[in-house]
Design a protein around this ligand. Sequence first.
Ligand code: NDP
Length: 486
Amino acid sequence: MSETLAPVKPGRLIINGEAVEAASGATFTTVNPATEEPITTVAEAGAEDVDRAVRAARAALEGPWAKLKPIDRSRALWKLGDLVLAHADELARLETLDNGKPIFESRFVDIDMVARCFHYFSGWATKLTGDTTSVNPGWFTYTLREPVGVVGAIIPWNFPMIMVGWKVAPALAAGNTIVLKPAELTPLTAIRIAELALEAGIPPGVFNVVPGKGRIAGEALVRHPGVDKLSFTGSTEVGQHLMRTAAETLKKVTLELGGKSPNIVFADADLDAALRGATAGIFYGKGEVCAAGSRLLVEKPIHDEFVAKLAERAKKMQPSDPLDPKSRLGSLVSKAQLDKVMSYVETGVKEGAQLVAGGQRQPVNGKGAFMQATVLAGVDNRMRIAQEEIFGPVLSVIPFDGVDDAVAKANDVMYGLASGVWTRDLKKAHTVAKRLAAGTVWVNMYNFYDPGMPFGGVKGSGFGRDLGEACLQEYTQVKSVWLNLE
Ligand code: NDP
């Protein structure tokens, strides 16, 4: 892991197009969870910095950004996508150092998604239109589709740069400006992408970054009267708090709050494909994925054989140095997260689940927040490990008996983010897809995303959508104009 020693420049706030220190001079250290070594220091935003960033975003919204033709906005966003690709190695390395995820994921999956977000949404900048309406022959009535204004985005640590793409690309395409607070654990790629945005020709003040603590910088953003809309991805608890606080200033709010997603394998499925999908569905991203298929529902006739094969596959997935291109299971984001995940494994065993693979911490080179790919079988849907978001490489396997039982168990959680269905029977696939209470259903695939497909939840997983045309509704508002021609 000697690459960690290559210097990473200190991170600063990006406000009004400039990299600046915090007004208080405060900094924090961001740490590589795989080596437990410091990566660099980062300026820590306080309320005063957030205020400066919001004012800069407001000035840009009413100034240079509003004056830019949509086609030029589009070109700048496209160029930012190109610059992300041009800096792929640098960004991927920063992401892996900060988060602990395998470089394979940062470099070959996440980078591509970030660039695609900017490329895809650049096209929308020229295509957002209002309508003319027929109300009265003597009147001319029409609607304008306008940006909501200054967007405050608060993002988590599991996909730090993908979240920049998901939030910033559509917000800017729709003509908004943004102040983004990355997670304290993973601030580096957001700062770097904001620098690249300036290089792409996005005017100063349009995209600001205020790294810092959630309860200080995040809270200041949520309370700020100059912020018109909040887009949040993170835990249910913080999402609820944020919504209550945002009510004071009547902000528009969208919340993506994680899940406990069912991945359902019917006996008639292509079992090899389902096995691969079940494994990738939970162990990709170390299971620190809001849509992780963390509850695997397996139909009884194939249950025992499937679990045996699953355990075999999980045991082969050894945690390893995330900077090694062959690594497919990196370090969890922090020791605290590892402790939390391990406590769930203990709870599961106490509740009566059987540990059929993993279940142990496994430091690499004596260090890091690594743990084994873990499978708990014989899980009852009422157990805590079936109901609560663990956010780590831990799979709970639950047997079921037929379609009704599968749907009942799948929906019997507070969350409703994603779900998977494995079957060769098309009628069954569509019927189950319709009955699942989830924002996304993958059939004979799992964990696929595209900027053109909306993503978000129902029930305890929040509301509003990221991505797709649907998310542009969240970043625009409609004005009605009435003109008397008589
Ligand atoms: P949080 O919800 O605390 O963090 C998400 C973001 O919100 C971070 O940027 C955080 O800042 C910020 N934040 C925290 N408190 C406030 C506040 N009072 N006001 C405004 N912003 C705030 O998630 P955690 O990182 O604590 O993770 C805890 C659990 O949440 C995980 O174990 C997992 O179960 C779930 N989670 C779900 C995610 C998802 O994708 N749905 C993503 C991450 C976590 P800071 O980092 O500085 O605290």
